[in-house]
Ligand binder design. Structure first.
Ligand SMILES: Cc1cc2nc3c(=O)[nH]c(=O)nc-3n(C[C@H](O)[C@H](O)[C@H](O)COP(=O)(O)OP(=O)(O)OC[C@H]3O[C@@H](n4cnc5c(N)ncnc54)[C@H](O)[C@@H]3O)c2cc1C
Ligand code: FES
Length: 491
């Protein structure tokens, strides 16, 4: 998988593996943004906290985003009833301040910069949406500001501005958080949890971590417990790229709201080199384009930025109404998921709500965020989701590479009723992987741009050699060394 701009040329963080049975008071599964924030808020609770991460730390989705910490990411508030919009706005606005407090308390050097967040529209449809958003924000008493004096690389018809939002460097932020946590909580990496039984987490190395309370922060809830999350969320994937740019864009934090063309832009500075990060529009996971970066690079040309410094993809979970699921799904078991590309402020809010409830059973999480809410299950959203999933489950189930075509990386062959993917590296041993998704059996696709095997159903992704990257799948693909190990006549 391509490294993000934030990850490039930066060293790995080192943590231990869970390689013996252990006990803890609070186990957090998932060492991304939410998991680490929960650990931060619980580190002084007087209880022992352990974070278990499937991959390496600083490899998660949260070091692949655009690092905007803001209560204004898109035209969203006008879609909610006014009272709800007010509550959501207050939670997210407060979370921005909580980041500043955390960064100061832990002395994290992560390029934290307060700036104005701008929503802009380029089309008439976008302008109409912006008008409604402005009205909704005014109705809930949000203090809108004057437009900053950026020399934007495109003409916009209208804009909405919220002052005192922020930018940070996601990699430096998480690294700083890990450093601040390392003496206070136990951190395990490369330790995928594949099962939960009673009060025990079981890792793929068959080690057991006993816990009293569990917080699941695996982005897609990796253990469903009959909350039927596969029907309640869909993953949305986006291409992101960083380009050299003019330093005059310093502080830029902007989202456009034009339907089907929504873009996210921000200024960044790494090793004193000014860069513009550009993300969007969404490319989905069901009908994946051959070149996910083509449209973005075209847009970059129009904005007069060239020379990409890095191109990568990231994905996030979109629930109905774009409201996350936060809270308890069983006794001693909490979950937080579904941030709709609005991860910083929602992750902070989720970490605060869960850590408070864990220490004070009387604390109530707002009903509209409850992880066990059922209304969503009987909705057009769920029906639409089920239709797309059914199509993805059956489509390409029988598709294989054409007969007689020489095998190469990404070729798909069918043997004894199962599909296998071929990998022929430039150096090292050839091998094959089983292309039936371990989550619910959908047929995996080869993604040549990112060099991954991707599931079109719920968005699990795997490295070429089958290691699990994105949940909901917890386990890796079956791996067969040598392309003739399954059939003697494969060429
Ligand atoms: C293109 C794009 C741009 C974005 N930009 C922004 C932005 O500018 N601002 C913003 O607020 N939000 C943004 N977001 C959203 C944000 O990135 C996400 O909402 C956020 O990263 C989700 O955090 P998380 O903690 O839920 O997941 P993650 O950070 O992905 O963490 C989940 C962790 O759980 C681990 N895990 C999974 N399964 C297991 C298992 N079985 N055992 C152990 N560990 C496991 C994973 O390896 C991973 O490390 C963006 C999203 C996208 C797609
Ligand atoms: S079948 Fe659900 S992610 Fe693959």
């Amino acid at each position: 998988m391509q490294k993000s701009y934030w990850q490039k040329q930066r060293p790995q963080w080192e943590a231990a593996q869970l390689n013996e049975d252990q006990e803890t008071d609070i186990a957090i599964v998932g060492g991304g943004l939410t998991g680490l924030l929960c650990a931060w808020l619980l580190k002084d609770s007087g209880r022992h906290v352990t974070v278990v991460e499937k991959r390496r730390f600083l490899e998660n989705n949260s070091v692949r985003n655009t690092g905007k910490v803001s209560a204004l990411h898109g035209a969203f508030y006008h879609t909610l009833p006014s009272e709800l919009a007010q509550s959501v706005f207050e939670i997210n606005r407060r979370a921005v301040d909580q980041y500043e407090q955390l960064i100061q308390a832990a002395d994290i050097q992560c390029g934290w910069q307060r700036t104005s967040a701008v929503l802009a529209a380029q089309s008439e449809e976008g302008t109409a949406i912006l008008k409604q958003e402005k009205a909704a924000l005014n109705a809930i008493g949000a203090q809108l500001a004057n437009p900053p004096a950026w020399d934007l690389p495109f003409k916009q018809q209208d804009e909405v501005v919220l002052a005192q939002q922020a930018l940070l460097d996601p990699w430096l932020f998480q690294k700083g958080l890990l450093e601040a946590l390392q003496d206070k909580v136990t951190l395990y990496e490369e330790s995928p949890i594949i099962e939960i039984q009673d009060h025990c987490l079981i890792s793929d190395g068959s080690y057991v971590l006993r816990f009293q309370d569990l917080i699941l922060t695996t982005q897609f809830p990796a253990f469903d417990r009959l909350q039927l999350y596969a029907a309640r969320f869909h993953y949305q994937r986006e291409a992101v790229a960083a380009f050299r740019c003019d330093p005059a864009l310093n502080g830029l934090l902007l989202n456009t709201v034009d339907p089907n063309e929504a873009l996210s832009l921000r200024f960044a500075q790494k090793e004193n080199e000014p860069a513009l990060l550009l993300a969007g529009p969404a490319i989905g996971i069901h009908h994946y384009p051959k070149d996910p970066y083509a449209q973005l690079l075209q847009t970059a040309k129009m904005l007069n930025v060239h020379q990409p410094l890095a191109c990568w993809t990231a994905q996030d979970l979109i629930p109905r109404h774009h409201l996350p699921f936060i809270g308890q799904i069983q006794d001693h078991f909490w979950v937080a998921a579904g941030y709709s590309k609005w991860g910083y402020t929602w992750a902070m809010a989720a970490a605060e709500m869960i850590s408070t409830q864990l220490q004070d059973a009387a604390y109530v999480i707002p009903d509209y965020l409850r992880a066990r809410r059922k209304g969503d299950l009987f909705s057009l959203y769920t029906l639409g989701n089920a239709g797309t999933l059914t199509e993805a489950f059956f489509k390409d189930r029988f598709s294989v590479s054409p007969d007689g075509e020489p095998l190469r990386t990404g070729s798909i062959v069918r043997l004894r009723g199962r599909r296998y993917g071929v990998v022929i590296p430039e150096q090292g041993l050839q091998f094959m992987v089983d292309l039936t998704c371990p989550h619910m059996g959908c047929p995996l696709h080869y993604n040549p741009a990112d060099q991954t095997w991707d599931c079109p159903c719920h968005g699990s992704r795997f490295t070429l050699d089958g290691r699990s990257l994105y949940s909901p799948s917890n386990v890796s693909l079956q791996h067969y060394p040598g392309i003739n190990s399954l059939h003697p006549n494969l060429k």
